[in-house]
Design a binder for this molecule. Structure first.
Ligand code: TYM
Length: 449
């Protein structure tokens, strides 16, 4: 029955976006599948990928809607193409005494890899905020859990007995550093990822069954670390962000304090949490938010030798980073040799044109919990690099002095470090086990006997 006027009418209808012409039974709004309420806006194009209708009859429209629906499942809200939603990020107030903008039932969770000595980037982007959060999370329902991501450490080239010995030492060193940076096991649970490994990896598997390969393939860290070398293209490195999502979701964490480089991983975590909830029609996982501290100063500390890059454990150039355990002489030497520019008459924050100087100013602002204008004002009278770098050195040395001293104390006490990790494993394991019981119920697996 396809008369000419009818098909023209169908064409006209389909020239509009499909949601104005067809009536699917469910719509995906980036949170979950929702039944369609007729005559209400049914898709927010900012939140959802959609197709324009090109079909000519009702059956075609239905098929197109099925396609919309399945694309909703497959690609809608895919963060790699959408960027971070503004409401996904919470900035903690610069004033360390101000109350935290966290709900009473917040679960704060984060991890660090034991792949090298902790540096100033880890300290400013993560460990210092961790301490500040731990000190201020006092609500009866608030929980704080920090972990050493030792399973993740296996994704870097790791072979032979020497590598195993090095990892063993680094795990312990990492716990000692957390404590030296002020993480208090009486306020925050501190655990090795591998101590709760069964639950992290079980959820990892479940999330792997939801995670689109295309999305993982677009992750920046995968592209950087695979290095174009097929020998390094391991499944573990590819799937790493899914394990990270499982680390977070197994505790049903609501807030994750990390540095800037983890933004994409956090976006994937949100995507998988939403997708899990949508697929299984539940509200099991909160959609975790990224926490940045100190107004964002220090969330991306740059290499001292190449400010275009972040300060990184894997840089291979010890002069490019300051370790939190460096001596004052080492710190002085590294900052003295830090790459800057030829303008030595004034020091101001201009990351685009003066990346080296701006990095040093950002480090000072982060360490002193000051805003940039206050730091610039302190540098106003300085007329050469000797004065400026001397000032930066002083701030860094003084900020890291207590860390270095406490590290010397903790690192020699293997029994104490083990006891902290054991207690942490029990506490974290209890929370994760309870959550995984609910996950198993939701996906249709039996409870563990
Ligand atoms: P990792 O070990 O590389 O870094 C630990 C923390 O330090 C931050 N960070 C930086 N911050 C500012 N400037 C820098 N130059 C800098 N370099 C590192 C990182 O953002 C991070 O917060 N994948 C994670 C570990 C992980 C994790 C998790 C984190 C595993 N599971 C679950 C949070 C939640 C990593 O490799 O971090």
């Amino acid at each position: 029955m396809s008369s000419a006027p009818d098909s023209r009418a169908a064409r006209n209808r389909c020239a509009k976006p499909l949601w104005e012409t067809a009536r699917p039974r469910f719509v995906y709004n980036a949170q979950r599948w929702k039944p369609l309420i007729p005559h209400t806006p049914i898709i927010d194009p900012n939140n959802m990928s959609y197709i324009r209708g090109t079909t000519k009859n009702a059956r075609g429209i239905t098929q197109a809607w099925r396609s919309v629906q399945s694309r909703g499942m497959a690609d809608a809200a895919a963060p790699a193409t959408r960027g971070t939603r503004p409401d996904s990020v919470v900035y903690l107030p610069e004033d360390p005494t101000a109350p935290l903008p966290l709900p009473d039932d917040a679960t704060v969770f984060s991890m660090i890899q034991p792949t090298g000595t902790v540096h100033l980037g880890n300290y400013l982007g993560a460990l210092r905020p961790w301490r500040s959060i731990q000190d201020r999370c006092e609500g009866p329902g608030q929980r704080v859990i920090y972990g050493v991501a030792d399973l993740h450490a296996l994704t870097v080239p790791h072979k032979g007995r020497a590598a195993a010995e090095a990892l063993r030492a680094r795990r312990q060193e990492c716990v000692a550093t957390l404590l030296a940076c002020g993480i208090d096991p009486a306020r925050a649970t501190v655990a090795f990822q591998s101590s709760v490994a069964g639950l992290h990896t079980e959820l990892f598997w479940q999330l792997s069954c939801l995670a689109p390969m295309g999305y993982l393939n677009r992750m920046t860290q995968w592209k950087d670390k695979r290095g174009g070398d097929p020998q390094r293209e391991r499944l573990g490195l590819f799937a790493y962000p899914v394990l990270q999502a499982a680390d977070i979701l197994v505790y049903r964490a609501t807030h994750v304090p990390v540095g800037d480089d983890q933004g994409q991983h956090l976006e994937l975590t949100r995507y998988l949490a939403e997708r899990f909830n949508a697929w299984f029609e539940c509200d099991l996982f909160p959609v975790p938010r990224t926490l940045y501290c100190g107004g964002g100063h220090g969330k991306k500390v740059r290499s001292l030798q190449d400010p275009a890059k972040k300060m990184s454990k894997s840089s291979g150039d010890p002069m490019s980073l300051v370790y939190v355990t460096d001596t004052p002489e080492q710190i002085r030497d590294k900052i003295k040799r830090a790459r800057t520019d030829s303008i030595s008459s004034s020091f101001y924050f201009d990351p685009e044109n003066r990346p080296g100087v701006s990095n040093l100013l950002d480090i000072v602002a982060g360490l002193q919990d000051k805003d940039m204008a206050a730091v610039e004002a302190e540098c106003a009278g300085m007329r050469d690099y000797g004065a400026f770098k001397g000032y930066v050195t002083e701030v860094v040395v003084e900020a890291l002095r207590p860390v270095r001293e406490r590290y010397a104390r903790f690192s020699g006490d293997a029994a104490y470090l083990q006891s902290v990790a054991d207690r942490g494993a029990d506490a974290a394991g209890e929370i994760a086990a309870e959550n995984m019981k609910r996950v198993r119920e939701v996906v249709g697996l039996g409870a563990r006997r």
